[in-house]
Write a protein that binds this ligand. Structure first.
Ligand code: ADP
Ligand code: MG
Length: 614
């Protein structure tokens, strides 16, 4: 038999290789962006047309290529990044296989413009299906622009396999995110069909995340940081309540390279154990740094998988570090109710023989009250002084006036774990007060805390409602006369959809039909007269909900109801109510932000105050 084996022509070999490296326009985006990073660019622009099917173009201000290198860069196994096999174990660049440009040029119309810093003139080269069409000198700025047009023009089967434009665009944006997150100091811009998609200035890691995922992300981030001999971890995890049903923002970077690792993902997930429901996934942006010798990146052609020498230690460290960060962030600011009691004691007492302290304190004392009870007050202010002080707060409502409508609002009381006011309040004559029936002020060890009453109550109710909806154990108040409410048919359908969850919060619907709902029981936390508003608001919120916003329906239900039910601004609270609210707030999982991500309280310490008097 005659010899039948022959070497494949280059362009065929390249096409086959391309099948591995280039699956879709997003693969081209990844390779070109990584080349720009490797070329030390500080500013990179990505332009795409028709989800990359017509054009993917990357412009950088990096080192550029000489005339010869420009030509060579499209040869297979042509790379400036490694010289020997040893270099494979000491990689500091994204690329090293020298395949990307050769592969891309085999299956598209490619145009390259490039110039190095010290050459006067640059190069303009065009290649189609691995064939060089032209190479001419050109006047171009320092750096490189590569345009990849008509991807898969010569492999119709591959082209037909591409997904719809929105899907392919999504893939491109994913790749763009990965590179942009790994290199926050590099400025990135992305345009699609002529309009701006991203414009990311050079910044730090936190700002980059916020610039990409939106300003609300900032308050969701919990910093993570740890350094050991074999591993350095920096980055952020999203607070547990921002976990998503769908895999959302999950990013591992090892030595600035995005990687996928189910194993490390497991390490992070297990650190969240007990803080999230089972079907919810944590979000994270974690940057790991290891000695390049201790990893092997080479096991996957697109280089998104790597192998660690010491996987087990890395798993354990990652898990412990994330756990630690989550634990730290959970600590609420410590209120100062352990104030040194000697502070309230007259000076001459200091000289007396120490006896068991027996300081009497008026539990009812409040400097803003008209007439503190006489007799048993042990407080460093004389009454006249306190009156003068009071005049600073004209307009502050007299607390002794009876609180009217609040009597109606039921506070849950057994829920509170570890009351912050127990004992300590009685002993120190602790005070809280309200400003404009809107803010509650409470002293801290070295300053004060100002709490927004409405937002605080929303947080409390939200956590309570969410628990009820998921654990299904809320109590109902039976109505003597069932409520009949009227809704349009479409609105009624919406209520019908969330009926089950509403029932978990304590609603009892005896009938839903035509355009009427009959309600025979309501949650204990609300007033009968508020039910119509609550349901209308809920229907409105559900209609307005951004589809695919990633939040579960339960979550949005709890948010909407909490907003309707919370104590409003303008309602005066008596001392007990204020303290109860504070106690409940700090029994919450996350007291510092409202369900809709607004700040619930702020603190001011003495140094902040000092600044005002400078
Ligand atoms: P690799 O990145 O694996 O080396 P590529 O095919 O992606 O292989 O690129 C081949 C070579 O072309 C690179 O090693 C580099 O020298 C050069 N190159 C590619 N893109 C750029 C760029 N944007 N700026 C400067 N040089 C580049
Ligand atoms: Mg490359």
């Amino acid at each position: 038999m005659a010899d039948i084996i022959q070497l494949l022509p280059d362009h065929v070999a390249n096409q086959i290789a391309a099948g591995e490296v280039v699956q879709r326009p997003a693969s081209v985006v990844k390779e070109l962006l990584e080349n720009a990073i490797d070329a030390k660019a500080t500013s990179i622009t990505l332009v795409i047309k028709d989800a990359g099917k017509t054009l993917v173009q990357v412009t950088d201000n990096g080192i550029g290529m000489s005339v010869t290198d420009a030509r060579l860069s499209f040869e297979r196994h042509a790379t400036s990044k490694i010289k020997s096999a040893e270099d494979l174990f000491n990689l500091h660049t994204k690329g090293f296989r020298g395949e990307a440009l050769a592969s891309i040029a085999a299956i598209a119309h490619v145009e390259l413009k490039t110039k190095t810093e010290d050459s006067e003139i640059g190069t303009h080269l065009t290649i189609e299906g691995s064939k060089v069409i032209s190479q001419d000198p050109a006047v171009v700025p320092k750096g490189t622009t590569i345009s990849v047009k008509n991807l898969f023009y010569n492999i119709p089967a591959r082209r037909n396999f591409l997904k719809s434009n929105p899907v392919e665009t999504r893939h491109i944006i994913d790749e763009f995110h990965r590179v942009a997150l790994a290199h926050p100091t590099v400025a990135f811009q992305m345009l699609h069909n002529g309009s701006d998609v991203f414009n990311l200035p050079s910044s730090n890691s936190r700002q980059r995340i916020v610039n990409i995922f939106g300003s609300k992300t900032n308050e969701k981030l919990v910093p993570v940081s740890e350094e050991t001999e074999i591993l350095k971890i920096e980055g952020f995890v999203l607070k547990p309540e921002f976990g998503k049903k769908s895999r959302g923002e999950q990013f591992f970077f090892v030595n600035d390279r995005f990687i996928k690792s189910p194993y490390l993902h497991h390490a992070v997930s297990s650190a969240f154990e007990g803080l999230m429901k089972n079907d919810v996934h944590p979000g994270y942006f974690l940057f790991l740094e290891v000695d390049p010798h201790s990893i092997d990146i080479n096991i996957h052609p697109t280089k998104t998988e790597i192998k660690f020498d010491d996987e087990h230690s890395i798993y354990a460290m990652l898990r412990a570090t994330v756990k630690h960060s989550l634990g730290q962030f959970n600590i609420a600011p410590v209120l100062d109710f352990e104030r040194d009691k000697g502070f309230d004691t007259p000076y001459d007492y200091n000289k007396k023989q120490p006896t068991a302290p027996s300081i009497e304190v008026d539990r009812e004392f409040n400097p803003f009250k008209e007439k503190p009870k006489q007799g048993n007050i042990n407080f460093p202010f004389k009454r006249e002084q306190s009156a003068a002080w009071e005049s600073l707060y004209v307009g502050l409502k007299d607390e002794t006036a009876t609180v009217s409508n609040l009597e109606d609002i039921e506070f849950e009381s057994e829920e509170v774990t570890g009351s912050l006011f127990e004992n300590s309040e009685a002993e120190s004559g602790q005070i809280t007060f309200q400003i404009q029936n809107k803010y509650i002020v409470s002293p801290l060890k070295n300053g004060m805390m100002v709490i927004h009453q409405n937002l605080a109550h929303q947080r409390i109710l939200y956590e309570e409602l969410l628990k009820n909806i998921t654990v299904k154990e809320a109590v109902s108040q039976q109505l003597l006369f069932p409520l009949q409410l009227h809704f349009s048919r479409p609105d009624l359908e919406i209520i019908e959809k969330v009926r089950e969850q509403l029932e978990h919060t304590g609603f009892i619907f005896s009938e839903i039909k035509d355009e009427t709902i009959e309600i025979s029981g309501i949650p204990v936390l609300i007033l009968e007269s508020h039910v119509v508003n609550l349901l209308s608001q809920l229907v409105y919120d559900i209609k307005e909900e951004v589809p695919d916003s990633g939040f579960s329906q339960n979550d949005m239900l709890a948010k909407s109801m909490a907003a309707s039910m919370a104590i409003k601004t303008g309602i005066s609270l008596n001392r007990e109510e204020r303290e109860h609210l504070i106690n409940q707030l700090f029994a919450c999982k996350e007291p510092s932000v409202s369900p809709r991500n607004k700040l619930v309280f702020t603190t001011m310490d003495v140094s902040d105050l000092d600044k005002k008097f400078m």
